[in-house]
Design a protein around this ligand. Sequence first.
Ligand code: PHE
Length: 347
Amino acid sequence: MSLIDQLNQLEQEALAALERAADLTALAEWKSAYLGKQGALSRLSRGLGALPAEERPAAGARFNAVRATLEQALERAEAQLKRIARQHAFEADQVDVTLPGRAPAIGRLHPTTQMLRTIYSVLGEMGFQVWESPEVETDEFNFQLLNMPPDHPARDMWDTFYIDTAPGEPTLLLRTHTSPGQIYAMRANAPNPVRAILPGKCYRYEQVTARHEMQFFQVEGIAIGEQISFADLKGTLVAFAERLYGKGVKTRFRPSYFPFTEPSVEFDIECFLCGGAGCRVCKHSGWLEILGAGMIHPTVLRNGGYDPEKVSGFAFGMGPERMAMLRYGIDDIRWFFSGDERFLQQF
Ligand code: PHE
């Protein structure tokens, strides 16, 4: 058989073998068998030198053509196999987007926080800015500057947690109300007018019941300026209650007593829990007290740096937990600090 015939035969055979190579390993084997240094093509090329000179160019050209054909065929086969391998990898990695997802547990805001934020936004729109004051207070700020000197009988209204301090150091306590904040807000603004609210946590040494907690929030409010009257206080609080509970809400003011306001009132909202019929939360009265308020006592105005001859003002202190109870129909204040998820998940 002539060298050219042998080359043709080799080409046929190699291309057929390439068809059968099913993976990259088989391709590598095929490459060394046909195109490698010891491969079939190299072996045939050794016969070139033995040819007569006039046959050599044609055989050489054929030889080069076969090598080129096989190399191109190899490249195509390689590319094809790689494409298939990638395709398999993609298929194996595929995400089934039809599987139902796992819903993440979403946290939520505590009902007190939600109530506080509502209070901030309603009073904020009425021109009150938010201030803060310390949770651990001195006797001076919690009582004395609020017109309650040591041994004043009205101190009994606030059963107090005292903090151990060394003899001679000022008496420290957990604030029993946010009213000491009045003094800070006044001193920062006097003699200019001020409208501020001071939210915060308060503590009282109390028997815990459905209505009373030993820890709770308050939001203190003050408005001081020329000619501020009791009518302003009433208007502000009624407008506030309407914004919170709706236009038709029933409210009432009752005369009361606080050493730091004169006159003093308490402000009640109709008990929504029983619709005014009477239940354990409203102590069977049909009303729920949500805040204490009054016209700021001249002594307190003076302690805050104001001249009571020139300005007047009102103050109030509201209980957001009580207000949340009314808003959401919660019948026991102890839920708020229970940390019970069955309770918290409802808001
Ligand atoms: N500090 C009072 C309390 O805790 C509430 C109050 C605040 C009353 C401001 C009058 C004015 O009961």
